[in-house]
Design a protein around this ligand. Structure first.
Ligand SMILES: [Fe+2]
Length: 350
């Protein structure tokens, strides 16, 4: 675990991958002064510094950040039980945030501001969690070897003409599980099972690596088409590493399903922890995240889309163009997670 303290009375703690829950429970990091909140977050982006500093400046509420991978945070909160010092939980992917909710780690809250600022399909219906930025699961195609019109939808990737051409990461990945949840919602379990079989039959290789690796593999000619979250392409386009920029230059972005339901959209978000000692401060923080300025910082931190309309887009999203989003309730595909996993397992999607 590393430790640093800023002059703004904000403390930040990072759990090493090997950090033990016991050691962390004993750490001074979880002590809370009044007028502070403990934020359990799997985010760690440069713009977050400005985001948190602004909140403290506006409200006088300090933020103690406890950062780790989402599953580690969930395990930690479970282990802490009713003594958990967490006030706010922030993570990515509705499927994963709903997992924390199912584990009874979050509590429903009512806030007129949150209800009016966050569209209803991007939050839990009882107020247990809210989306604060959006990520689109896009298709990238080789500029040299594929016509974008041939990959206009997720469904086209499971077609006969895609044999050996499709790149996508493993089914253990939450983004694919959520995408599959949206396919179930669109086509029913049987249709989704067919789609999964078609996808597996078309894989260019056994699923491996992260989303950036799929873009690199398309660029390298291992396959012709990949499925990735928009921010990976965005970050590669503006990367300081030449190989990443070069790979990104070799693909064309396709927003899938523009002719029908729209592109699958997921969220980064979070909610108030079940045993929050500073519930009022936690709600204030969530509300603050929907302010125009915080929306800009929060989304820009990971090259995502703000959930509040009219907030400026981070570069290079402003060059990607407008697109039609699947308006499926994120809570819906999150609730289909276990069915989605079963379908992918059965199809042999490793
Ligand atoms: Fe990601």
């Amino acid at each position: 675990m590393s430790f640093s303290q800023s002059t703004l009375n904000r403390r930040r703690f990072v759990l090493a991958a090997t950090g033990s829950a016991v050691g962390l429970l004993a750490a001074p990091s979880i002590l809370r002064a009044s007028g502070e909140i403990n934020l359990y977050s799997s985010r760690h982006y440069d713009t977050d510094e400005a985001l948190y500093a602004n909140f403290t400046k506006q409200t006088g509420i300090g933020i103690n950040r406890i950062e780790a991978k989402a599953d580690q945070l969930i395990e930690r909160m479970k282990a802490e039980g009713t003594n958990s010092p967490a006030d706010v939980f922030i993570s990515v992917d509705a499927g994963r945030i709903e997992r924390a909710n199912v584990e009874n780690l979050l509590q429903p809250i009512q806030s007129e501001l949150l209800s009016s600022r966050v569209p209803s399909h991007l939050r839990h219906s009882d107020g247990s969690w809210y989306g604060f930025s959006k990520r689109a699961r896009i298709i990238v195609v080789s500029k040299d070897r594929m016509d974008p019109e041939d990959a206009a939808s997720y469904e086209t990737l499971a077609g006969e003409n895609m044999k050996g051409r499709v790149l996508i990461r493993s089914s253990g990945n939450i983004y694919n599980q959520s995408l599959m949840g949206s396919i179930i919602a669109a086509h029913g379990a049987e249709g989704a099972a067919k789609w999964a079989l078609g996808m597996v039959a078309n894989f260019a290789r056994s699923p491996k690596g992260g989303d950036r690796d799929q873009i690199k593999a398309v660029a390298a000619g291992e396959g012709d088409v990949g499925v990735v979250n928009n921010y990976y392409l965005g970050k590669m386009i503006k990367s300081s590493k030449q190989d990443q920029r070069k790979a990104a230059e070799k693909v064309t972005l396709v927003f899938p399903n523009q002719a029908d339901r729209g592109t699958h959209v997921n969220i980064s978000g979070g909610g108030v922890a079940r045993h929050a000692a500073n519930k009022a401060g936690a709600i204030k923080f969530l509300e603050y995240l929907t302010s125009d300025q915080a929306q800009e910082y929060f989304a820009a931190g990971n090259t995502e889309y703000p959930v509040v309309e009219g907030v400026p887009l981070a570069s290079p999203l402003d060059t990607f163009g407008a697109f039609k989003e699947d308006s499926l309730d994120v809570q819906k595909f999150a609730s289909l997670n276990s069915q989605a996993v079963q379908i992918m397992d059965k199809a042999g999607w490793t």
